[in-house]
Design a protein around this ligand. Structure first.
Ligand code: ATP
Ligand code: MG
Length: 347
């Protein structure tokens, strides 16, 4: 078991810098999730930690050792990819034991470790099958088993569940949570899935364009985002934003003139944010219902209003309004977050 520390880590591909000097500490035993838009550098950072990608400058520490220039195979990490990368001609048992066999580990020890991983992942019935005779979820369990067998100090997962269907994802998500509890090993996990991030993480790192926007527990990021980017990224459906204007030192909303807004001085342009579940409908008003998505327990209403305003409302009541109906919105001031429009920083 080990913590992981990144210190001023930079990655350049040729002359293009994609990771811009990241400082980050992942505690021993922590489940840390990297999220961020496509291309922001999640996989690159994970690969730098694993040693599959070199570090242009800065340092990476695992445990107390500086591993910046240590080979991937000597870092004590095991990586699980989105594509399972199993050897097609080997059985499940052979796939799981292959790394140890290459290390010339004694046969008895390999068997013992494979058996233990098999038990944890409930793979007993499949040990003699080849990967092509397994479902996607079973293959991913073998890939995770192969990582467990190596007894790493840190597990690195790069979107391991994104090839699975919704039901299997849920099942594997629960298994991963259980696995983390059982092994207590440090895990770093990249995902696009909000639910995975929110439910699995002790700590979420929000990345954007090669920098860290914010680090915190899922609820910290949800309730107390530092800036508009994090506010809009964490939470699904995403937070709604609308512009406020400053008239004689008083903020006003053209769209919702009846909200008593907080007094904020010194910012000429302010953006307000509100979560879809904090908005309630009123029978009459000037918002148009453009689209209705009924998911059973919850309905998402996509509304548009004047000045090109577009909002999503999470509606949990039984009576669902009609498409193209006009409705009003109830917004409470205490549910609003305020952001400086220029910098995106939370006010
Ligand atoms: N081998 C490479 N050569 C040049 N640029 C690269 C290379 N690998 C990645 N990049 C660039 O580095 C940036 C970060 O890529 P990375 O794969 O880390 O993104 P990501 O956050 O994992 O995205 P996704 O969510 O789509 O997987 C991207 O702009 C990408 O184009
Ligand atoms: Mg990636």
């Amino acid at each position: 078991m080990a913590n992981v520390i990144l210190s001023k880590t930079i990655k350049k591909y040729g002359s293009i810098e994609v990771i811009h000097g990241i400082d980050l500490k992942i505690e021993d035993g922590e489940f840390c999730v990297f999220v961020g838009p496509s291309g922001c550098g999640k996989s690159t950072l994970l690969r730098m930690i694993s040693g599959l990608e070199n570090t242009t400058s800065g340092n990476i520490y695992i445990g107390s050792e500086d591993v910046t220039n240590v080979d991937a195979s000597d870092r004590g990490v095991a990586m699980v990819f989105q594509s399972y990368a199993l050897y097609p001609h080997m059985t499940v048992r052979e796939n799981m034991g292959f790394g140890l066999k290459m290390n010339k580990t004694p046969k008895d020890e390999i068997n013992e470790k494979v058996n233990k991983a098999t038990e944890i992942l409930k793979l007993e019935p499949y040990l003699d099958r080849k990967p092509k005779a397994l479902s996607g979820g079973q293959r991913q369990r073998v890939a995770i088993g192969r990582a467990i067998v190596r007894g790493p100090e840190v597990f690195l997962f790069d979107e391991p569940l994104s090839n699975l269907d919704a039901e299997l994802r849920l099942e594997m998500r629960v298994e991963l949570a259980r696995l983390h509890k059982e092994l207590g090993t440090t895990m770093i996990y990249v995902t696009h899935d909000q639910v995975e991030a929110m439910t699995l993480a002790d700590k979420i790192v929000v990345l954007n364009d090669g920098i860290v926007e914010q680090v915190g527990t899922p609820m910290e990021l949800y309730s107390n985002p530092k800036n508009r980017f994090v506010a809009g990224f964490i939470g699904s459906p995403a937070m709604n934003f609308f512009e406020l204007t400053n008239k004689n030192d008083t903020l006003v909303s053209n769209q919702f003139p009846d909200i008593a807004l907080k007094k904020i001085n010194g910012f000429s342009k302010v953006t307000a944010g509100i979560r879809p579940n904090d908005i309630k409908l009123k029978k009459s008003g000037n918002m148009n219902i453009d689209l209705i998505e009924e998911l059973g327990g919850v309905t998402y209403l996509y509304l548009s209003g004047k000045d090109n305003l577009k909002l999503v409302v999470e509606h949990r009541e039984k009576n669902i309004p009609k498409l193209n109906a006009k409705v009003g919105l109830k917004i409470k001031e205490e549910d609003l977050l305020y952001f400086d429009k220029e910098t995106g920083k939370r006010i």
